[in-house]
Design a protein around this ligand. Structure first.
Ligand SMILES: [Zn+2]
Length: 287
């Protein structure tokens, strides 16, 4: 999602880290922020995303209940603070951080979140990915061939999926908000077309048995992802048609373009915000 605004510690005191077992040695952890995946075994623990720094102790304790030994690798699906806020704490505890090269670039420099009119300061060096890739990379650990695949200009310009081949588990980061309109961070290189392409790539990797961990929301299946793809392509084409008919963005926001997808706009991203994102992105493409 996004690096949210300043929260008091109070907000985190109430958060519980819930863990769900997906295979012999793969778990999904929910708390506050992006969903975490954990792979355990004799080769060392690998985790995907680190939520907020205020939750690191709770996350460590949840991981210690399912795994022994230190956390060896922390893979980031993208740079947003609700997925990387714990990087410094886990790196200090010995984890090597792995991510797309643009995650390192954005996390190590001052950023502006245009959509929220908010500055995000550069993080200290212990937050920065130490191993970076461009197209992707493979890790071989604890009986899993792990494919890390970069998706171009989707939610941001540094997104990656992580696929555990033998277990048939896919973590999609924020290229998947289950049953909700997505936040697409146009200011960080995200695009609607790249986002749809990324979902199509994920559909190619998955089958009806795949367990899919979305960036936000409950554990999902390929069926959920097909519905998500349908929502994205339908909403995009409705905005295109409305544009072709000469509607202004304000008219579109009140025209009920979310018809049949009303429940998708009840989360963090309201219908008019998603319509605005699609319109803004397609309009700047014409420039
Ligand atoms: Zn995000």
């Amino acid at each position: 999602m996004i690096p949210l605004f300043t929260f008091g510690q109070d907000r985190f005191d109430k958060v519980e880290i819930k863990s769900q077992q997906l295979s012999d040695n793969i778990y999904m952890l929910e708390g506050s922020g992006g969903n975490i995946a954990v792979l355990t075994g004799a080769d060392g623990t690998l985790m995907i995303d680190s939520q907020f720094g205020e939750l690191s102790e709770k996350i460590k304790s949840a991981i210690s209940e399912i795994a022994t030994g230190d956390i060896k690798y922390l893979v980031n699906t993208h740079w947003h603070g609700d997925h990387t806020g714990g990087n410094g704490n886990f790196n200090d505890a010995g984890a090597t951080i792995v991510a797309h090269k643009n995650v390192r670039e954005r996390i190590s420099t001052d950023q502006v979140m245009k959509a929220f009119n908010r500055e995000v300061k550069a993080k200290s060096e212990n937050y920065w990915p130490e191993i970076t890739f461009e197209e992707g990379m493979d890790l071989h650990l604890n009986g899993q061939d792990i494919m890390i695949v970069h998706a171009d200009n989707a939610h941001t310009d540094g997104d990656a999926f992580v696929y555990f081949t033998q277990a048939n588990v896919l973590h999609m980061g924020d290229v998947f908000f289950k049953d909700r309109f997505p936040f697409i961070d146009l200011g960080s290189g995200g695009t609607i077309n790249g986002y749809i392409k990324a979902v199509q790539a994920a559909l190619m990797i998955t089958d009806s048995e795949t367990q899919i961990i979305p960036g936000h929301g409950k554990l999902a299946t390929q069926f959920d992802l097909i519905n998500y793809h349908n929502m994205l392509t339908t909403m995009k084409s409705r905005v295109q048609h409305a544009t072709a008919e000469g509607q202004t963005i304000d008219q579109m926001k009140t025209a009920g373009l979310d018809k049949s997808f009303e429940t998708w706009g009840t989360g963090f991203i309201a219908p008019d915000s998603f319509i605005n994102t699609i319109w803004t992105d397609l309009d700047r493409e014409k420039q």
